[in-house]
Design a protein around this ligand. Sequence first.
Ligand code: C2E
Ligand code: CA
Ligand code: CA
Ligand code: CA
Length: 279
Amino acid sequence: VKDAGRNHYTYFAPHMNQLAADRYAMVSELRGAAERDEFLLNFQPIIGMASGRIEAMEVLLRWQHPQRGLVPPMQFIPLAETSGLIVPIGEWVIRAACAQIRAWRAAGLQVPPLAINLSAIQVHHKTLVERIAAILREMEVGAGALEFEITEGSLMNKTDEVVSTLRRLCGLGVRLAIDDFGTGYSSLSYLKRLPVDTLKIDRSFVMDIRSDAEDAAIVGAVISMARSLKLKVIAEGVETPYQLEFLRALGCDQYQGFLASKPLSAIDAARRLTQRVPD
Ligand code: C2E
Ligand code: CA
Ligand code: CA
Ligand code: CA
């Protein structure tokens, strides 16, 4: 900007300042959002291919902003990550998910495991495992009530540290899934070292299964690799019956997507859990 000359500088500066100011405002609003009760959780059912039942639910964070309205995670999670706020916000998510499990159990519901997203920043944070252990003790839900989803991308740096963190996390008794699988570059030998139970195939591969022979081949290869490594496979973003039947035929274990259900409010999720599917 400096070398571009005075005219350019004055031309771009107001726009750049506006953007920076907006990001700055959003970060400072994010800082108090949990205390102001602006966050809420949605729950998206994960359905067993064989059972047709809800076997887990993914926890998805929502920010209900008093002026901006419902801010999608794609807009505020990256800001929370660069500002470091993802660490306290992520803890809020874990605690709120545990509180929801307790409330549902108290209402007599059979609650399936809840899958919580962890950002790379959280995975690389020194005290992650201790904090999760403390929340589990404090909330008394049992480690089996929670699963954590870690994106394939966050496994790429400092691999020895990540392996050790995941082993300690697994030692607490929670289950681990690799999220957005297929978008990173994990090698088979690396995957074998991780105490992971599940691979979640990224929506971008599922989307074009019907029209793109290469995507269909990738999905097939991921499922057969997962099976030979004794990992469970979940397909995300399943929107059509064609996709569902294709994935079922390949041996995929569970699926998630608008075909079965959009992410639900706590009230709607509880309603879904009480709808008993006949055996
Ligand atoms: P993700 O973990 O890959 O979550 C799945 C996203 O796909 C969700 O978007 C979900 O609403 C959407 N989705 C599910 N089924 C379908 C479908 O059939 N079609 C389409 N088009 N979309 C579908 P959402 O809720 O907007 O979340 C976006 C991302 O934000 C998540 O991607 C995750 O990376 C991040 N995120 C959400 N909640 C949290 C959180 O509590 N912590 C962290 N660190 N990240 C979160
Ligand atoms: Ca996820
Ligand atoms: Ca995902
Ligand atoms: Ca995704």
